[in-house]
Write a protein that binds this ligand. Sequence first.
Ligand code: ZN
Length: 334
Amino acid sequence: MSEQETRANPIAATVDFERDGLQHGFLRLPYSRDDSAWGAVMIPVTVAKNGKGPTVLLTGANHGDEYEGPVALMDLAASIDAASLTGRVIILPAMNFPAFRAATRTSPIDQGNLNRSFPGKPDGTVTQKIADYFQRTLLPLADVVLDIHSGGKTLEFVPFCCAHRLPDPAQEQACVAAMQAFNAPYSMMLLEIDSVGMYDTAAEAMGKVFISTELGGGGSTSARTVGVAKRGVRNLLVHAGVMQGELARKSSVMLDMPDGDCFSFSEQDGLIEPCVDLGEAVGKGDLIARIWPADRTGVKPVEVRARMSGLAAGRHFPGLVKTGDCISVLAVAA
Ligand code: ZN
């Protein structure tokens, strides 16, 4: 073991993960600063446990400006009946709590992107300490892991639950089954732009059944997407065998992302004009967006065309775009 692996994480949980019943508390992470010398970051956590059985670990606000997860998980924590469970549910509606309170993707304390900080460091930044606690304390407790994402302030998606292609076919199949049980309007085999440092990758490397979502975006929620999240969480608990009941089933469109042609990135700054809306079919070579110069009139826009045929699954959200921004995500029906 390296020195890193033997060093204790400074987070102390005010709940006992092994105790039966319902507990609401915090992960208390010491954070000494100007306005609170011996202060702490207090990450809300709920544990509901009843005897032996699988453990489901549920998280929201891994990115602080994505809200379907926090809403659905606050609702679950306030209503879950521990006595009716078989096993354990661990609920963290705001995983990167400092980012959630600041309504930003990354932490205002250290600019840490929690979903690029794994495996984390027990003696690192606040964000790295949170990642290390998940890596070495919470993930090892879990059998099934759901991390609820949305587009945040800069992206918007059709509401989908997603799994990844994995080297172990049996593990991939279990993840796909969990994704189908979540039963979002779309179910996506997601291709990541860069998977290094992600919570997803950490959970999958431990052999866990891991699924994630993208349920909307723009830095807010809708009744529809919150409903998808609530139904999906409950369905997953039933699928995992922790909660009694029937799966609530609606039709779900299976999508795949075969390669990097799914993504379009802007090569200039400007004013973006979307030419297709989310959920619409796009042919290879079709116009996806036009980018107008933001600082003068009389100049033709730059045209962005689809590099493959598919369905518009994601888009840049704000009206202004910068060089390097992801403009569009296409997926194909599987
Ligand atoms: Zn996210």
